[in-house]
Write a protein that binds this ligand. Structure first.
Ligand code: C2E
Ligand code: MG
Ligand code: MG
Length: 617
């Protein structure tokens, strides 16, 4: 039997295929198990086993060697041991790919039983004895080829599956990246809160949906820069995160977005302006507290601008954010730590400021500016000891505008440096024409804090040829108390160079009488508002008296500003002010008038003064 198989299938053998087929035909009986591997298109490699167990061993070995059989011919009947069905079952258990051909002479087992034991069905074939030689040879060839095709297919399928799974992985990674990118595009990385883009999107959705009213709030921390400057950016970041947490917790429903820096945007349902204001005031109160940041305690306050958008409102809805910003700006201007509800006047005031700023930019070139000078008189003999330089601006568009209006605008827009330099140059030139008086020049906080303020002023004055003793620098409390250590040093240096220093508008800021002793000053100028109150309010007189006493004890002069009436004049001289300035002694005058007044040198042509009635001991 085995020989017959060998001869039938081994085309490379000595017997011709035809002979083999013939001999096989004559010998078809008995049972045994040949297995075949096809080497090339026309030759098989054959193994033979006379018992099923040996066949199972051969299959096992072939798998181990990585060279599996393509097909096994299994006779159901075998010499003692396991029968063909059991052999098939065990082989199948080892190798799911092998094709099994059951060679059976009679029906011991039904095909169903066999395929149950050694399925799948499409890998089990039957040849009934007696069989044709061609049948065996063709079956072997066909099944070897099929095995190869199946195997190639399986490889291709595996490769494809691998590719698909890689593709799936990539798709997943891409989806994750995309989700992250989408999140990043709409969220702030520091706080995880929605960012400006998300805020604008939500705002425009709410606007378009035209649903019930909502509120837009802009919140900004007051003096946040100080935290960054003194404790570093890590502390600043930490503070922003903390504030954001509190805001979100307090707002509840609605959106808290970080718009950048220390600026937050809030969006929430609201129909009633008063209720919305109250809610915002609560929010501002909740985040205005002491935070412990990286071991430092940091006092924080916040300001907020608010606008209510009702579906019926006529406002340009896209403008909500800008208008809420204007309200925030007003909240800051009004002294911070508060909430302001937008009203139309805010927009007008901004337009006005913008037009002033634009006009100021051209004022010098257009020769619209002038410096006028107001005499400062010594109490004793009413000698004119100096003149305060005051800026005047008359433009075609706005007419004559008070410096109290345009100086703060120049200060906000940085134009103050250019204007200030111009005033200084004019004032120094004018002062040269006076016999001995000093010129008192106002410097805004921003000028005073400029990095090279001392050097540049010293250089300008030196160039003018005027001794620094004839220049008085007027600064306000705000200029020195916001950064008192640096200010103290700057003043010390100016004093060291010989400049006179006056603290202007004294009493209106928040400096205490006590801490002004830390600064190198020559005199205090008591603000006009206290002088106005003299004779009317007890407090004003008390303030003027105590300031004068303190100044005296510190060796400082006291200039009373805005002296308009004889009564005020009397009271101030009695209180002991060392110097007087005001309409009573002379209005600010142009350069020509001032030069002649300076030459005259005294203001004692005033009747009551000339009478010497109020001369003090
Ligand atoms: P200031 O430095 O306190 O100047 C005194 C202001 O009081 C001046 O107003 C002056 O004209 C006014 N004044 C003086 N005596 C009287 C009086 O008897 N009655 C009344 N009603 N007013 C009197 P002005 O010139 O309008 O200046 C206002 C403020 O603008 C100044 O207050 C000063 O802070 C600022 N300023 C003016 N010129 C300059 C400048 O060149 N540079 C800077 N940085 N600020 C300036
Ligand atoms: Mg002044
Ligand atoms: Mg003043």
């Amino acid at each position: 039997m085995h020989d017959a198989y060998r001869r039938t299938l081994d085309a490379t053998g000595t017997t011709s295929a035809q002979d083999a087929l013939a001999s096989m035909a004559s010998e078809l009986f008995g049972g045994d198990t040949p297995a075949a591997k096809e080497d090339s298109s026309d030759s098989f490699r054959l193994s033979h086993a006379t018992q099923g167990l040996d066949a199972v061993g051969l299959v096992e070995q072939s798998l181990r060697e990585g060279d599996p059989y393509r097909v096994a011919f299994i006779d159901i009947r075998m010499p003692p041991g396991i029968d063909g069905k059991e052999t098939a079952k065990r082989i199948r258990a080892l190798d799911p790919e092998i094709n099994l051909v059951i060679v059976t002479g009679y029906s011991d087992y039904s095909p169903i039983e066999i395929s149950r034991a050694a399925g799948p069905i499409d890998k089990i074939f039957y040849i009934t004895k007696p069989f044709e030689v061609n049948e065996v040879s063709q079956t072997a060839r066909a099944l070897c080829q099929r095995w190869q095709v199946d195997s190639d297919l399986a490889h291709a399928r595996n490769a494809l599956a691998e590719k698909v799974s890689k593709l799936e992985e990539k798709t997943l990674a891409l989806a994750a990246n995309e989700a992250r990118a989408v999140h990043m595009a709409s969220h702030d990385s520091l706080t995880g809160a929605p960012n400006r883009l998300a805020f604008l999107r939500e705002l425009s959705e709410r606007t378009q949906a035209d649903r019930s009213g909502f509120a837009v709030g802009m919140l900004d921390l007051d003096r946040f820069k100080n935290v960054n400057d003194t404790l570093g950016h890590a502390a600043g970041d930490e503070l922003i995160r903390e504030v954001c947490k509190r805001l979100s917790a307090e707002l509840g429903d609605g959106m808290v977005a970080r718009l950048g820096g220390d600026e937050f945007g809030l969006l929430f349902d609201a129909t009633d302006a008063r209720a919305a204001m109250e809610q915002c005031e609560r929010i501002v109160a909740v985040c205005s507290t002491t935070y412990i940041i990286l071991g430092h305690s940091v006092q924080v306050s916040a300001s907020m601008g608010l606008i209510l958008a009702t579906p019926s409102s006529e406002d340009d809805k896209i403008d909500h954010m800008r208008l809420a910003d204007l309200a925030l700006y007003e909240a800051k201007r009004a002294g911070r730590s508060q909430v302001r509800l937008f009203d139309a006047s805010m927009d007008e005031s901004v337009r006005f400021r913008q037009s002033i700023e634009a006009g100021l930019r051209q004022a010098i070139a257009r020769r619209e500016l002038e410096v006028v000078y107001q005499p400062i008189v010594a109490r004793e003999r009413l000698d004119i000891v100096g003149f305060e330089a005051l800026l005047r601006w008359t433009s075609d568009e706005h007419g004559s505008i008070s410096p109290s209006v345009f100086i703060p605008i120049a200060e906000e827009s940085n134009l103050i440096h250019e204007l200030g330099d111009w005033v200084t140059a004019e004032a120094l030139a004018e002062c040269q024409r006076w016999p001995h008086q000093y010129v008192s020049i106002n410097f805004s906080p921003r000028q005073f804090r400029r990095q090279d303020f001392v050097e540049s002023l010293a250089a300008t004055v030196a160039k003018s040829g005027l001794p620094p003793q004839r220049v008085q620098i007027e600064i306000t409390e705000t200029a020195i108390f916001d950064d008192d250590l640096r200010a103290a040093e700057t003043l010390q240096r100016l004093r060291g160079l010989g400049f006179r220093i006056a603290l202007d508008d004294f009493g209106t800021g928040y400096s205490s009488l006590f801490n002004i002793r830390n600064f190198a000053l020559d005199c205090l100028k008591i603000d006009k508002s206290f002088i106005d109150g003299l004779g009317r309010e007890v407090e004003s007189a008390a303030i003027v008296n105590s300031v004068t006493h303190l100044a005296r004890s510190l060796g400082l002069g006291v200039v009373a500003e805005g002296v308009e009436t004889e009564t005020q004049n009397q009271a101030l001289r009695l209180a002991g002010c060392s110097h007087l300035q005001g309409y009573y002694y002379g209005r600010p005058g142009n350069a020509a008038l001032t030069a002649s007044l300076a030459a005259q040198g005294t203001a004692d042509d005033r009747p009551s003064v000339a009478a010497g009635v109020y001369r003090l001991p």
